[in-house]
Design a protein. Structure first.
Length: 238
């Protein structure tokens, strides 16, 4: 019993996962999500060139154009998360990302690749803004910094695990191995969405009427449209 307790104590001190609660649930969702990030980042280029048949130039150009278009999604979806339940919105976006990730298996030309990559980039960019609102809701006014720091450590661990798992596909270097990598990425989105829905609903906090009116006068816009939430551009937090 003493040895078991000591091992558990050391594991808890080394593990980035927080104690049981809402932050742990969100951490597990982040871990699942970023394992998929590691899988995809490590194997995407080889999947697209070896399994799909695109050239490196087409892959680079497509990802660049998609990334530029994707930047436009963060502001509207961030504003929507401020006015709606960020938990449900992030879960829906994760399911949409699972569908788009699976669509990579249907890519057979550059135009199709560009379409799928653009949809993927839009969802990733928008999801970053929604994630910020959800983390703030889970952490609360006094625990946001701790929540963001915890999830950053978990995200780094998830990406490392995903990249390690992707090595098996890279070693096999076959079309089926790369397709299994894509399916693994899809599965992580589904697991993440299921874990997120285990969190309690987080309706947006209502501001006092005087504060909303003052903000509307100061910014010259209606209080129905708050200023967009700023979020980290880190793509490892999909």
């Amino acid at each position: 019993m003493g040895i078991t307790a000591e091992v558990r104590g050391r594991w808890r001190s080394l593990s980035p996962l927080p104690p049981p609660g809402r932050l742990r649930t969100l951490s597990l969702a982040t871990l699942a999500n970023t394992v998929g990030t590691g899988l995809w980042v490590a194997g995407a280029a080889l999947f697209l060139t070896r399994a799909v048949g695109l050239t490196p130039t087409e892959v680079g150009l497509g990802l660049t154009l998609a990334g530029l278009v994707g930047l436009t999604a963060s502001v509207p979806l961030g504003g929507l998360a401020d006015r709606r339940n960020p938990r449900s919105l992030r879960a829906v976006l994760q399911l949409a990302q699972a569908v788009v990730a699976a669509a990579y298996l249907l890519v057979d030309s550059f135009p199709v690749f560009l379409l799928v990559a653009t949809l993927d980039a839009l969802l990733i960019s928008g999801n970053l803004a929604v994630r910020a609102a959800l983390v703030a809701a889970v952490g609360g006014p006094g625990g946001r910094v701790h929540a963001f720091a915890t999830l950053r450590a978990v995200a780094n661990l998830g990406v490392a695990l995903g990249a390690g798992l992707a090595a098996f596909a890279l070693v096999a270097d076959t079309g089926w191995a790369y397709r299994l990598l894509v399916l693994g990425n899809v599965a992580t989105y589904l697991v993440s969405a299921a874990l997120i829905m285990r969190l309690p609903a987080s309706p947006p906090a209502r501001r006092p009427l005087g504060q909303r009116a003052g903000r509307a006068c100061a910014t010259g816009r209606s209080s129905r449209w708050p200023a967009p939430r700023r979020c980290s551009p880190c793509t490892t937090w999909r």
